[in-house]
Design a protein around this ligand. Sequence first.
Ligand SMILES: Nc1ncnc2[nH]cnc12
Ligand SMILES: [Zn+2]
Length: 340
Amino acid sequence: MNQPTDRTTGNLPKAELHLHIEGTLEPDLAFTLAARNGVRLPYADTEELRRAYLFEDLQSFLDLYYGLMAVLHTEQDFEDLADAYLARAAAQGVRHAEIFFDPQAHTARGIPIATVVEGLSRALERSEERHGISTRLIMCFLRDQSAESALATLEAARPHLHRITAVGLDSAEVGHPPAKFREVYEAAAALGLRRVAHAGEEGPPAYITEALDVLGVERIDHGLTCMQDPGLVDRLVRERIPLTLCPLSNVRLRAVDVLEDHPLPQMMAAGLLCTVNSDDPAYFGGYVGDTYHAVHEALGLDEEQLRALARNSFTAAFLDDDEERRRRYLAEVDAYRFDT
Ligand SMILES: Nc1ncnc2[nH]cnc12
Ligand SMILES: [Zn+2]
């Protein structure tokens, strides 16, 4: 059993498939944008802001996360945010990134969806040349808002759909089952959009089943609680449904007590198509390379298990329109030397 060296674990070539761009807003950039846009933040400085990052659960995180978005106003702000993420991701071996954004969190503050999509797209368009990262954009609906609001968001996104690959579903999970969004997912599918959804982060395994059966999703974001239902695990294995797990997020939001208790090794052993991702790295203590490193250290995943996670990330990526690229990325994973 080869144990990779600490130094190079995080540089393994990989795709990031579960990343909220608003969750990459680092305290330094938040204060820079606050000054640029004349926004007063309820924190004296970056240290005080960082000290607020002690979360009880998903909702306590979301309250801070939505609040800090008040600094994002212009296309330039969204471009700077995405460009800063891509630079950090490139330094941690990311070769392909499928990036979530939350339009309703911005339109509710009076920021037009065009500002958000065009600003993000400016960074994404230059990403390959600047950072060596190919990208896709995934538009998420906030599940604690109404189905009508989600439909209106899809309608408002119509002029921008050439920039958007898929729709997703995020925000407070418990009490907001996937079936509430049946109609908007049907409309998204009719528009040719791919479909994913957060399910089984804090919610029950039944939400995962519902996301598959009612929303027709191709991947499950998180999917952690599937382990409570052996029949569901069998199905996810049989149908090769990718799970975009976020172990550092699960610790910070108290879905697991400590990283050493994370069920990732058991999930891989069960044959689930697992990927690891960073979710909201500015808040949860690490980007995706740090996450690979952390699961190696805390869970003892060896070189071949880490390589399997990286392979899975490209297998699960929305690269069906560019299989040649997928093959190239997979070959990079296979050729990677952990000790160089
Ligand atoms: N971990 C998470 N779960 C649900 N919604 C989110 N939005 C940003 N991060 C999220
Ligand atoms: Zn998420």
